[in-house]
Ligand binder design. Structure first.
Ligand code: URA
Length: 264
């Protein structure tokens, strides 16, 4: 039993946190896995003799239960402190079990500018605060360049837990955790939302566009209460650290953000 737990833990740490079939396969039993008699013949499938059940049915039930529970929590949370405590108690996202910390938002609860990233990285997971590693240092400098300090803003992520190895969040993880972000937006009620990177933009704006197409444009986000808040997307600081040639575009986006903020 102890071994099984350790193997599962190893898989989880490596990022294998989804079940792809209803029945487990014995990975070491080569007879079972190579026995072609077990593979349905195409003709049989076409004649409807073999019924193919959709895989992951249990998993999608688990996900929708987790999403419902996240929605319920958000209805109850009347303050950011309530919400933080409830997110820390929430067990519906498996990322929590491979993470060291729940990284909730940080900053001014009455901020005019809300900044949204993707998910905590290793430094954030260690320290329990968003954007405190290399990307965070660049973000601080970007904000300073338009006379904003991180303490003036509110900084958060799509996910409050680090995906193992900093992999991109799965759509299931985003679906389960999105209500927490949406509730933070309602409670803070910022004048403008600055979105960093494609994952965060796609999750919040519910689209699949590239960051190159999204960046630099103001797109309205509407809360569940009908409040319309302009968003501006730009490159993620981690990408800018790797691709200095895009910094000029990021600078143009920061100036747009500042101008819009002055108008609002
Ligand atoms: N990258 C993010 O998207 N968020 C963080 O908090 C840190 C790095």
């Amino acid at each position: 039993m102890d071994n099984i737990e350790r193997i599962l833990d190893w898989y989880l740490t490596a990022g294998v946190d989804e079940i792809c079939a209803d029945e487990p396969l014995h990975a070491l039993n080569t007879k079972e896995t190579t026995d072609t008699a077990q593979i349905p013949h195409v003709d049989n499938l076409a004649e409807g003799i073999i019924k193919v059940r959709p895989a992951v049915s249990n998993l999608s039930q688990i996900n929708s239960a987790a999403r419902n529970s996240a929605d319920e929590i958000c209805k109850k949370a009347q303050t950011l402190d309530d919400l933080r405590a409830m997110v820390e108690e929430f067990d519906g996202c498996s990322l929590k079990f491979s993470a060291n910390s729940t990284v909730f938002g940080y900053g001014n609860p009455q901020a005019e500018v809300l900044i949204i990233g993707e998910a905590p990285g290793a430094d954030e997971d260690r320290l329990g605060e968003p954007f405190v590693g290399r990307s965070g240092h660049l973000l601080d400098k970007m904000l300073m360049a338009i006379n904003l300090r991180r303490e003036d803003c509110y900084i958060t992520n799509i996910l409050p837990w680090r995906p193992p190895g900093n992999r991109t969040p799965t759509s299931e993880e985003v679906t389960v955790c999105l209500p927490f972000l949406q509730r933070q937006i309602e409670l803070i009620n910022p004048k403008i939302i600055f979105i960093l990177g494609r994952s965060a933009a796609n999750a919040l704006l519910d689209n699949a566009d590239s960051i190159s197409a999204l960046r630099g444009h103001f797109i309205d986000y509407t809360t569940s209460k009908g409040v319309v808040i302009p968003t501006l997307s730009s490159f993620h600081p981690a990408y800018l650290l790797r691709t200095a040639s895009q910094k000029a575009k990021a600078w143009a986006d920061l100036l747009r953000l500042k101008r819009k903020l002055n108008e609002l």
